[in-house]
Design a protein around this ligand. Structure first.
Ligand SMILES: Cc1cc2nc3c(=O)[nH]c(=O)nc-3n(C[C@H](O)[C@H](O)[C@H](O)COP(=O)(O)OP(=O)(O)OC[C@H]3O[C@@H](n4cnc5c(N)ncnc54)[C@H](O)[C@@H]3O)c2cc1C
Length: 462
């Protein structure tokens, strides 16, 4: 269920193993959060900016090879300075590409903290070297249970404190987890290590953005005989005893199945299966599990490029917003444009949650205009002239995400992955029905695709 990255990855993996696969997707296009859109002849991405771990020898290249789409993708290398960090006090830090260069840069910036930095990087290495799903993909070990418990139950900040890093250094290095809409005090150390290490090592893009990645997956799935049903999601799930037998789609047609994999939000599973299929305590838990943050988007065309042209800018803005700003034309020549994503507590759009896409009230439009103006104003010191150079602008929010993907509350990264947040496992009470996607595994392209492949490796033999 679901033709996002996780669903398509599962479809290919299971078809490669000889299964006959059907994918049901409620929306009219595949891709889930990877969807892009066109405005005035220009292509914009929504949930795609770069692929962590996509450097030439990176984990994602192995994954694409394994899925058979590596040759379909044209990779675009980030600039020598892949990230610029903007702090709320106006200071900026140019982060060099590559793990070694980054670590050397940290020592040059803060030589007095060298012992603490060495201590902290050693903890990161220890965590990365025992990260089970990295090991699984590279074939080192069985995937379960080797991660030090501390890395899951302590935050990145806990480890920084323990290493003795001063607060200002914590804030700068820690701002890398803004990539996932997280903060150092709540980002589990294992997730921090996986995301920061793989971003610094390789923040490549593919030409054509999220749509190109989705299209390559769809083509490969179809070549393997997978049927993808668009605009036809799961309406209800059928089961007998504790075995799922199939689904009824949105057109009322029944389809039988030997196994089902849910890549949509688990609340969709509960909605479709009914509370009898799951333990009441499970249904209640899904209801009360917190979602990750939402997002406020600004997509704009620029009259001319603005001065600071690194591709990715990580933002801690003076008005309290966190997020990132991305200049697509620094990768591929074209009309200068920008994409801004600011992370948004999903409650901020609660007043309009019952409204429909295209029919939202005027108060929502006003809120979006005011919010965009505040974000652009606080960007002006770092990007002088940015506001004046915008020729056209489009905005969106968590409600947009919710409308297109049925992500609960418009959460951008699925269920909360914060330290202490309860996780749900990949199994359901129905013996042949499994969960995957960024609600279950790590968020992001790497998390959702590696997690999906890992799940398939486990269930293929069932
Ligand atoms: C603004 C933003 C920027 C991001 N930028 C990046 C980035 O630069 N790099 C990165 O690595 N990650 C990024 N991410 C995260 C990344 O996009 C996601 O983690 C990833 O795409 C999740 O894939 P998924 O398959 O788990 O979920 P989804 O993409 O949500 O797929 C779930 C699918 O299930 C479908 N569905 C729902 N209900 C049903 C139903 N009843 N029946 C059938 N289908 C159903 C949905 O329509 C959807 O297609 C970003 C996310 C956001 C929001």
């Amino acid at each position: 269920m679901g033709a996002g990255l996780a669903g398509l990855t599962c479809a290919i993996s299971m078809a490669q193993a000889g299964w006959s696969v059907q994918v049901f997707e409620q929306h009219s296009v595949a891709g889930g959060l990877m969807q892009g859109f066109h405005r005035e002849g220009h292509y914009f991405d929504s949930g795609f900016h770069f692929i962590t771990g996509s450097q030439p020898n990176g984990i994602m290249r192995s994954l694409f090879t394994r899925l058979g789409i590596q040759g379909e993708l044209s990779f675009l290398e980030p600039s020598a300075i892949p990230f610029v960090i903007h702090q709320a006090d106006g200071s900026q830090y140019d982060i060099p590409a590559g793990t070694t260069a980054f670590r050397q840069w940290c020592v040059q910036q803060w030589p007095e903290t060298e012992p603490a930095l060495i201590h902290f990087f050693a903890a990161m290495d220890a965590c990365l070297n025992t990260d089970p799903w990295r090991q699984w993909l590279t074939g080192f070990s069985e995937s379960e249970g080797h991660l030090p418990a501390l890395a899951l139950s302590q935050s990145a900040q806990d480890f920084m404190e323990e290493a003795g890093l001063p607060t200002h250094v914590q804030s700068i290095i820690g701002s890398l987890c803004i990539i996932l809409g997280m903060r150092i005090e709540s980002c589990p150390f294992d997730l921090f290590c996986a995301v920061t290490a793989s971003s610094i090592a390789g923040a490549y893009r593919v030409e054509g953005g999220g749509t190109a990645l989705t299209d390559a997956l769809v083509r490969q799935a179809q070549a393997l005989g997978v049927q993808i049903h668009l605009r036809n999601g799961m309406q209800s799930l059928c089961y007998e005893e504790r075995v799922a037998t199939g689904i009824i789609d949105e057109r009322g047609v029944q389809h039988s199945a030997d196994m089902m994999i849910m890549s949509c939000h688990p609340s969709e599973f509960v909605r479709c299966a009914g509370t009898e299929a799951v333990r009441p305590s499970f249904a209640q838990r899904i209801d009360t599990l917190p979602d990750s943050c939402g997002a406020f988007f600004i997509h704009a065309l620029l009259d001319e490029p603005v001065s600071n042209q690194a591709s990715h800018h990580i933002l801690q803005l003076s008005n309290g917003w966190d997020g990132y700003l991305f200049f697509p034309h620094t990768f591929v020549d074209g009309k200068p444009s920008l994409e801004i994503v600011c992370w948004l507590p999903t409650e901020r759009t609660a007043d309009w949650s019952d409204s429909q896409l295209g029919k939202r009230p005027e108060t929502y439009q006003q809120w979006k205009e005011n919010t965009a103006a505040k974000i652009l104003e606080s960007l002006e010191p770092s990007f002088p002239g940015l506001h004046a150079s915008l020729s056209r602008m489009w905005t969106g929010s968590s409600l947009t995400i919710q409308s297109y993907t049925r992500s609960r509350n418009g959460a951008a990264m699925g269920l909360s992955h914060d330290v202490g947040a309860e996780r749900i496992v990949f199994r359901s009470r129905l013996r042949n029905c499994y969960f995957t996607g960024h609600n279950i595994s790590h968020p992001g392209i790497m998390g959702s695709m590696v997690g999906a492949l890992e799940l398939c490796e486990r269930v293929k033999t069932v």
